[in-house]
Design a protein around this ligand. Sequence first.
Ligand code: HSE
Length: 430
Amino acid sequence: MTKILKIGLAGLGTVGAGVVRLLRDNAELIRARAGRPIEIVAVSARDRSRARGISLSGLKWCSDPLELAADPAVDVVVELIGGANGPARALVEAALDAGKPVVTANKALLAEHGAALASHAEVQHASLRFEAAVAGGIPVIKALREGLAANRIISVAGILNGTCNYILSRMQSEKLDFASVLTDAQQHGYAESDPSLDIDGIDAAHKLALLAAIAFGQVVDFAGVHVEGIRRISQLDIGFADALGYRIKLLGIARETKIGIETRVHPAMVPLKSPLAHVNGVFNAVVAEADHCGSLFLQGRGAGAGPTASAVVADLIDVAQGRDVPVFGAPIASLGARPSATMDKHRGSYYLRLMVVDQPGVIADVAAVLRDHDISLESMLQQGRSPSEAVPVVLVTHDTQEAFMRAALVELAMLDSVVEPPTLIRIEPS
Ligand code: HSE
């Protein structure tokens, strides 16, 4: 029998248990595709006694994950602990120090320390793979890094966080407000008890930073990603989006502009003609525009035991076959390090909602502010009529520069007739 590839697995949560199960369920076909058996020999997790629905008998138990890196019986370390620092980072560094290939699902670690870890992997001639870190079961890293390797990538845009997409989808389909969907999602285990990494856009930003590095051949720059979450999305905006022919989605967008790579995560008005508008629930999706290949649309499950384990094991099969690629698609010395483009230079069209008192002259005042900032309008919508309560006025702009929009917002908020901070949502693709 060809030499077994022996795995040391750190982290036995949902995904870790999924990897154990997948390697056992599909052992024969994985052996055939890898050219050799892939077997877990040692595991490490915080709680040995927790019920996981998998048998750990016959596997070495390591109370300290670093033992996996040092164990001569372990060929490859799989890191599923999570977190940008702490034991996950220590384990990955120790495994690379030992010259062992590493497979990880850790987007925070790669987004924040990707450049240093890629250098480390290169120096040690050890593979570092992270297909499971972005969009779970969708093979988007491989698609960009290998499948589209011959192309210049023009843009990558995606729904990269299932929790946000689930919340926004339910707000849209059931006419519920953000807080009640979030509470319900937490009660049913679809959202974390501390949901901030997801709903504030940070998880999507980690993933976008990795996609951008690969797509544009740049050193990963998480700090350069502009991030906004979905807490301020209201039922009112969901309803107006519907009336205007859009769906509100949390998008991660990376694209090349004249002043650098723009990377941003924010709620966006997505036109119904875009496939992204129809990706609902916990699903993730990515659209890549490539110069020779054209447009590519990938959709699938971005989280969960099966899809994430599928990505981890695909990386293990590559390792078993000795297929190696530079961590971000090109050797670290040939990656660019251009500063990311700043949002004040962003150009696009905008949805602007104002809550105004319903009296003569209000629209003229609003239009004057926009005119003074060289902002041209495409359409305007006012709903309801009430002499005593504020009414919403929605304006859709033509393409303009974000700095102009921001300056106009400050002045609009100061008008006596505008009674709430204005809501601004970018329209994509711009
Ligand atoms: N929490 C993420 C999501 C999955 O909701 O999509 C892991 O990144």
